[in-house]
Design a protein. Structure first.
Length: 367
């Protein structure tokens, strides 16, 4: 589609709502300013642009809210499915859900034929811990919906969607890691499936059902879990190639540390690989902007392709290559660690006529 390879690897994050029916202990969605649902007309406009201008981009139909709460969720999947057929595009949908939905959602997830994966947020192996973490949720409903998806897939002889079970490791649940893997492996096997067990963010095989442990786990030893801060620091270390000073807490020292970190910091691959669309059509550089404060544009009156190739996002990218990290990226601890090679970055700079920045980049990173 684009002459520039890096711009073709986009995953689109399309938030149907920023509203959620649960109040999970690790989630700050309850603090978002405006609760809203994407209007049908806006969804149709954005979807048309996606299938026409980004025909290979995966679409994550969730970002900060629970998509299945959208009153027209099933109808919106139908709209996307029709547009996909009309434009013969390859886009597939990924859904992440707390699994507290009604039976008709299960049917839509299967029958639409466009949902590649459904990620269930679980985080526990029993109702006691589940309901402590996922406040307002019902563990039995989650189990019912998970099993229903597997059994209906078998009844209808369909492969998709794949199911992923997510366990974010935290103090409250770290004693249940083994139980969780065992319990859900048994459930999967009931339906003739042997799931892949994955640790942290990077998946080896996409076309497999998975049990995923996120964030706190590093290495092979489940018993070596420590505090979140330790793992956050490891993450920072890996993206900056320097070790953060953990004991350095004063504001001025913190600023100096951030400056030092940014001197070596790799530009966030997220600026080339992801874009976030909020329910009101606002576009943000990525999903780490829950209020849509860092506005690249609005799809009510702009085109996604123009925003994706426009000056605002280009400035974020070029500034970071040069070593300048502004908000929302400056203090972000969720920067993805990998996404493309130095060679691809160099090729990108040459293609956009900014090859002089390559030298600046290599000098500051001491490559
Ligand atoms: S650094 Fe963080 S806020 Fe910035 S684009 Fe990457 S993930 Fe998003």
């Amino acid at each position: 589609m684009f002459d520039i390879k890096l711009l073709n690897r986009l995953t689109i994050q399309l938030d149907l709502t920023n509203f959620c029916n649960l109040s999970c202990i690790m989630c700050d969605s309850k603090n978002y300013k405006k609760k809203q649902f994407m209007k049908r007309d806006l969804f149709e406009k954005i979807s048309t642009e996606i299938v026409r201008d980004f025909p290979d981009a995966p679409v994550r139909m969730h970002m900060h809210g629970e998509s299945t709460l959208h009153p027209e969720f099933c109808g919106l999947l139908d709209i996307f499915s029709e547009l996909k057929k009309k434009y013969s595009s390859n886009n597939m949908i990924e859904i992440s859900t707390n699994g507290q939905y009604s039976d008709k959602i299960t049917d839509a997830l299967i029958d639409s034929g466009i949902v590649y994966s459904v990620t269930f947020s679980v985080d526990a192996s029993d109702s006691k811990v589940y309901e402590k973490i996922r406040r307002g949720g019902d563990f039995d409903i989650l189990l019912k919906n998970f099993e229903q998806l597997l059994s209906k897939n078998i009844d209808r002889k369909t492969t998709l969607p794949y199911t992923y079970l997510q366990f974010i490791v935290m103090e409250e649940n770290q004693h249940q890691i083994d139980d969780f893997a065992a319990k859900f492996s048994i459930l999967y096997k009931k339906y003739g499936i042997t799931p892949v067990i994955e640790k942290d963010y990077f998946f080896k095989e996409m076309d497999k059902h998975r049990i995923m442990f996120l964030r706190k786990i590093v290495g092979e030893d489940f018993n070596s879990l420590k505090q979140q801060k330790y793992f956050d620091d490891l993450h920072l270390q890996s993206i900056h190639n320097v070790i953060p000073k953990k004991s350095d807490n004063s504001d001025s020292k913190k600023t100096r540390t951030v400056e030092k970190l940014n001197q070596f910091r790799y530009p966030c691959p997220g600026l080339w690989l992801y874009i976030g669309i909020h329910p009101d059509g606002t576009v943000s550089p990525c999903c780490q902007d829950p209020d849509g404060s860092f506005v690249l544009g609005n799809l009510n009156d702009e085109k996604l392709i123009d925003i994706w190739t426009g000056e605002k996002i280009e400035k974020y990218r070029l500034d970071q290559i040069a070593g300048a990290f502004s908000n929302p990226c400056s203090d972000c601890t969720n920067q993805i660690e990998a996404g493309f090679s130095d060679e691809e970055l160099k090729d990108y700079l040459i293609k956009i006529g900014k090859s002089e920045l390559w030298q600046k980049f290599t000098l500051r990173r001491k490559i």
